[in-house]
Write a protein that binds this ligand. Structure first.
Ligand code: AKG
Ligand code: FE2
Length: 314
């Protein structure tokens, strides 16, 4: 029986070449753990000291929270700016007697790099924002260069868990330092995820509130532990939840796997729904607004009729 208790391992592949990725792995449109791909010298070079020497003075905006389980709904985190040397110091050797902190000693940090200029919708690209590190990492040439969208530098305190969400582009997440547990759910389980936009309200996926989120228990969970040097392929729309088991450094690369015109031009993160999908979702929102003018029982009846129309389409 399908239940949250049965966890399926993410398929693991070794000796992956461009050819085997493109022809055998990619067409399945399932997550895949790729072990042993040459990602360059970063796995040995990127020590805390080296990172600080190369980019230590670069200021970055980070999530800071007193809880490792960051909560997008209650916003139990702040955005703070730190130079990378300070972030690396606080994340690589966290202590409870930490002297400098924003919220509490032992607080948790998460960096998801951005482009430098937010106003011009500058997109994260490690070659631009971290040129002194970019040469150390080889992004596998598993996709067409022209479809490249962004490359994102990520640093996490041990224990930090990023909420379950989907992105709209295909993704190779490269774990350079530290281990990470990645849990995933198929887009087919979208009705079991209790979504608000692109994020699942089920924050604690290991101890979900079964009263609030009963259907989450029927979602099929996939999982793998990424070791340093591993890559996971996360197809667009697959839900993912990342738990840093150690101080972690990763880089992920998003690319547009569909026609360029379908993507929202104002999307620096790669998580805005495709233009036709966004239109359709907005129409549903508007449709329910029309029903607000009717008595509750009529409204419920017509929502059910709308569900029936939609259900007949899948
Ligand atoms: O590794 C993480 O912390 C999250 C990664 C992620 O969400 C992504 O690569 O899209
Ligand atoms: Fe993501």
């Amino acid at each position: 029986m399908k239940s949250a208790l049965s966890v399926r391992p993410v398929s693991m592949y070794e000796n992956v070449t461009k050819d085997s990725f493109v022809n055998s792995i990619y067409p399945k449109r399932e997550p895949a753990l790729l072990r042993g791909v040459d990602i360059g010298e970063c796995t040995s070079k990127w020590t805390s000291e080296y990172i600080c020497e190369k980019v230590g003075n670069v200021d970055v905006k980070v999530h800071v929270s007193s809880s490792p389980l960051m909560n997008f709904a209650s916003k139990n985190f702040l955005y703070k700016t730190l130079p990378i040397y300070e972030l690396v110091k606080r994340t690589s050797a966290p202590t409870c007697d930490q002297e400098d902190y924003f919220l509490t000693p032992g607080e948790f940090y998460y960096l998801r790099s951005l482009g430098f200029d937010r106003r011009s919708r500058d997109i994260a690209d490690i070659r631009k924002q971290f040129p002194h590190l970019a040469d150390d990492i080889k992004i596998p040439n598993f996709f067409n260069e022209n479809s490249f969208f962004s490359s994102v530098f990520r640093i996490a305190s041990p224990g930090v868990q990023l909420w379950t969400h989907y992105d709209v582009m295909d993704n190779l997440l490269i774990q350079v330092k530290g281990r990470k547990r990645v849990a995933l759910f198929s887009p087919n389980d979208a009705l079991n995820m209790y979504l608000i936009g692109d994020k699942s309200q089920v924050l604690d996926i290991d101890n979900p509130d079964c009263k609030l989120y009963p259907k989450f228990l029927s979602a099929q969970r996939y999982e793998c532990i990424m070791e340093a040097g591993d890559i996971i392929f996360i197809p667009a729309l697959w839900f993912h939840n990342a738990l840093a088991l150690d101080f972690g450094i990763s880089v992920n690369v998003f690319w547009k796997n569909l026609n360029n015109e379908l993507y929202d031009k104002n999307d620096p993160y790669g998580n805005k729904d495709l233009i036709p999908a966004n239109r359709a979702l907005q129409m549903v929102e508007n449709a329910t607004k029309h029903l607000d003018t009717l008595p509750e029982d009529y409204k419920n009846f017509y929502i059910k009729r709308m569900i029936a129309i939609l259900e007949a389409k899948i």
